[in-house]
Design a binder for this molecule. Sequence first.
Ligand SMILES: *[C@@H]1O[C@H](CO)[C@@H](O)[C@H](O)[C@H]1NC(C)=O
Ligand SMILES: *[C@@H]1O[C@H](CO)[C@@H](O)[C@H](O)[C@H]1NC(C)=O
Ligand SMILES: *[C@@H]1O[C@H](CO)[C@@H](O)[C@H](O)[C@H]1NC(C)=O
Ligand SMILES: CC(=O)N[C@H]1CO[C@H](CO)[C@@H](O)[C@@H]1O
Length: 706
Amino acid sequence: TPFFGHRGFLDFRSLYLDEYRDRLFIGGKDTLYSLRLDQIYWPPLPGQKEECFQKGKDPMSECANYIRVLHPFNRTHLLACGTGAFHPVCTFIYVGHRGEHVFSLDSVSVESGRGKCPHEPNRSFASTFIGGELYTGLTADFLGRDSVIFRTMGHRSALRTDMDQRLLNGPKFVAAYLIPDNDDRDNDKVYFFFTEKAAESDGKGRAIFSRVGRICVNDAGGQRVLVNKWSTFNKARLVCSVPGPDGIDTYFDELEDVFLLKTKEGKNPEVYALFSTISNVFQGFAVCVYRMADIWEVFNGPYAHKDGPDHQWAAYEGKVPYPRPGVCPSKTTNQPSRQYGSTKDYPDEVLHFARAHPLMYKPIYSLHRQPVLVKTNLQYRLRQIVVDRVEAEDGKYDVMFIGTDAGTVLKVIALQKGNFVAAEEVILEELQVRVPMFSSRVGVAQVKLHQCETYGTACAECCLARDPYCAWDGISCTRYQPYGKRRFRRQDIRNGNPVHQCLDQNLTVDDFDSAEEKVVYGTEHNSTFLECIPKSPQATVQWFVQRTQDELRDQVKTDERIMKMEQGLLFRRLFRQDAGTYYCKTLEHGFTQTVTKIMLEVIENEQLEQVFQREQEEELPRLPCLVPDPRLPHGQRVWFKDIMHLIGYANLHRVEEYCERVWCSGDRQRRKGKPVKSKNMFDGGKKGRGKQHSERNRMPRQAVAT
Ligand SMILES: *[C@@H]1O[C@H](CO)[C@@H](O)[C@H](O)[C@H]1NC(C)=O
Ligand SMILES: *[C@@H]1O[C@H](CO)[C@@H](O)[C@H](O)[C@H]1NC(C)=O
Ligand SMILES: *[C@@H]1O[C@H](CO)[C@@H](O)[C@H](O)[C@H]1NC(C)=O
Ligand SMILES: CC(=O)N[C@H]1CO[C@H](CO)[C@@H](O)[C@@H]1O
């Protein structure tokens, strides 16, 4: 169940999942929540709302305290910062020790949040809290001009990036993470992921590039140069592109979200990045994966250099001063001969060079130099990504959970077949989180990582689902445990081939009623089409019919009049004895499945004539003008005439007329102000226990979507 907050609109901004305390902390508009417990009301300070309003900001949407920073501070307190009606504020929230149920704001501890939290509720922002210090990437001033990476709090003096477009050029910050190089803590670095205006594109069309920038945790700034400024800041371009056949790549330059997939050993995490591109001709999203080794290589490589405004960007080939700019002070730099124990000891020459060469020359390419997932021309936008590495029978799989702005979460695996061949993406589930109405700030919902039981009741169904979380245990489709006691586990993620896995199992689910039922109306002596699109192009289709309750199901005999088409069953001329329930079954890898169940009702000629005659009368039959279209996302409908048009119905004009006069009678009556009876046929008679999306949002578990 989604959580919308006490006002029914959360206006979500930040979140911290506290596994130690088993609580979820959420920052919204003027409110902090501790899920399953209480909420803290934290409005702007007295007078701030009025001041914000007087400065010309919107009192409803901007002059409130949007809590955008939520980090664990110590064993008993959280650090929380909010926009404070364009007057950023920070405070500590007392959450108690483990098992204690306390949640309170210490109003005495409220202090300025400048540099720690943006002024605006919507402005891009990234933060991470390491060793008592807060690292932020933000626009820190009221006017929104000072884009900066800050380090504040703790005992050291605050550090920031200079106001210099070479360092940050209109950045949109997406994420910040601590990623250690190795076991030497001196080499720890914080990475910021952002997009910015690309100086080096030289007006070649692409104005925005995605970047990863990094700084040393032990950076202390310079002594004479770069005082209280980062002395180790470097950045590089992140490339996510699809190679084109003509050598022209399609670039995804706008970074949407980044997820750091940590390994068990805690070393060499993988960076999953969600990108978008929007041009006049093309709108798309892509997920690219980066290895730390490739990122390090670029930072160890040449710096980008330009001799002057009229020169080209090139790799810097001159002498690089020592310690190499971007290298953290450590045992390596602090030798008896050259004692650089702190960045304050670095020669001015190094700091000048660092300031003039923040950009690396080479870009960072993604794994296999192509995305693991590409989605184009969607009806919605992909916003956020979370990845879970799952151990399955035949290896490890990275399951991506991608949140959309339409209130859904796509659960996807990308199968790499060989090293350089395009990945095959398998959409495992599309989880409906809430009614797609507003932006994604409305609420917070948890979705289950796996719902193996929804994959049906047979080994083959479980196997065809290809969900690495699930396997057939001999009785049902359940969570796969790599070291589980049961030896009998059937799973085939790579190929989804049930024949190998389920040979000794019951391959046929002889369950004709497993598909949801639709109702289709046809008129006698006219043509009608029953649509059935197999889930997989490899499947072969069989049609069965049951004409009356007592009659047995029979395979549909096709001839000149009834034809089996790729997309369904076509009746070129419908007879009244064709009425009945039609089952479309598919056969794949020796496994049969009922895909569609259609109740065909034949409107007999006499009935039709009556209908036309009784047009002015009260009791007109209300048949659906809109029918569900299986090709559209769940719940979307098209006009019946559109479908008829699609299948090339000969007498379109007549259908239109018929639809207008008869099928829309309900609307007509409504327009005339007459009450409409409640029997709702606009649902197309949907029933049965189909795998509808709406059934998939029960019982929260682990992944959190917003
Ligand atoms: C945590 O930090 C808060 C705020 O500085 C302080 O009052 C509290 O004593 C600290 N708690 C622990 C356990 O150190
Ligand atoms: C913030 O973004 C939301 C949608 O994402 C939009 O409705 C709202 O108007 C924006 N607020 C401001 C102040 O720009
Ligand atoms: C296979 O399933 C069908 C229908 O569910 C059932 O009638 C049949 O007995 C099953 N066969 C075996 C061997 O379990
Ligand atoms: C509603 C409709 O289109 N009815 C037509 C069905 O076919 C007969 C004969 O082909 C026509 O006369 C009807 O008008």
